[in-house]
Write a protein that binds this ligand. Sequence first.
Ligand SMILES: *Cc1c(COP(=O)(O)O)cnc(C)c1O
Length: 353
Amino acid sequence: MNPRIEVDLTKLTENVSIAVRQCAAYNIHVMGVTKCFCGNPEIARAMVDGGARMLGDSRLHNLAKLGEFNLAKVLLRIPMISEAEQVVELADYSLNSELETLRALGKAALRRGCIHQAILMLDLGDLREGIWKSDMQEFVLKASEIEGISIKGFGTNLSCYGGVIPEEENLQQLVNISREMETKFGLSLEFISGGNSSSYYLLEKGTIPEGINQLRLGELLLLGRETAFGDYLPEFHQDVFQLKGELVEVKWKPSVPEGRIGMDAFGNVPVYEDRGMMKRGIVALGRQDINPEGLMPVESTIEVLGGSSDHTILDLTQSEQDYRVGDTVAFQVDYGCLLKAMTSPYVDKVMIL
Ligand SMILES: *Cc1c(COP(=O)(O)O)cnc(C)c1O
């Protein structure tokens, strides 16, 4: 069925193995992050086979699909109070930054007769989730008194909202603060979680601070891309995923519309460059499935001109291939596009072993 996204599970396992080996050299283990593929267990299996020690996802819906794996599961998005019961049921650990939420989790855990394990998030300046440095001591003092909660680690998340790059200095702060809290409050920490795919370049540089013992990796494993600078790393496969769409129209038309230009379907006023007559293809894929900006045609002579909810328009003029209606066109995808394609019920997911 078209459109479809093909997932090469062997390549994914290889990517995970490479990252796991590199991390192990620094006593760091890999949490495989499954949210970009909605916790699909077949894809998660490739992460487990590659040596991921834990699985993390931002949504309980997705964690619920990972029951077959005998690995610790981690809820990555700081929990909603209203989902506390399900959090303690489905996640072995959760990332946290609010005392109210920890109290709700503690109560839910006690009702279930268990202890919920929390990793406290420290905001080192990226301004997404996390406890601000100067509030840490008071927070941990109160958090460590909550019944049903055991503080098992500290972590941080960078490069997500504020675009702050993980560096030796800010990650060293994470280590120092974690150690200080551990001593002061008699905690026994399992993890110092040093971030996502944007921290990986520090391993390659060999300067990741000692004491960090976990990275939470999604994009690096899936697309072979580190995210501090956006570099594709040559030792990783970049083509684990390939999206295929079908041409529903192929015609020679002008490159500039005729008539007065108003707004497009999304309220923007488009601007065009006149390139003369063009062989234009329409693929049955749209913003409900992908971001046209995140599509990279495998055949480099093809250019993506744009798209609307259900149509993506290509310039096929330079292609050597004689594309016709009914043919498929293959694309690599960026992270945002992958997320959309994997989430879209209109895109078939095809596993390749
Ligand atoms: C999504 C997410 C990750 C993984 O990020 P990548 O850039 O895909 O490696 C790690 N930690 C948290 C808290 C996340 O939400």
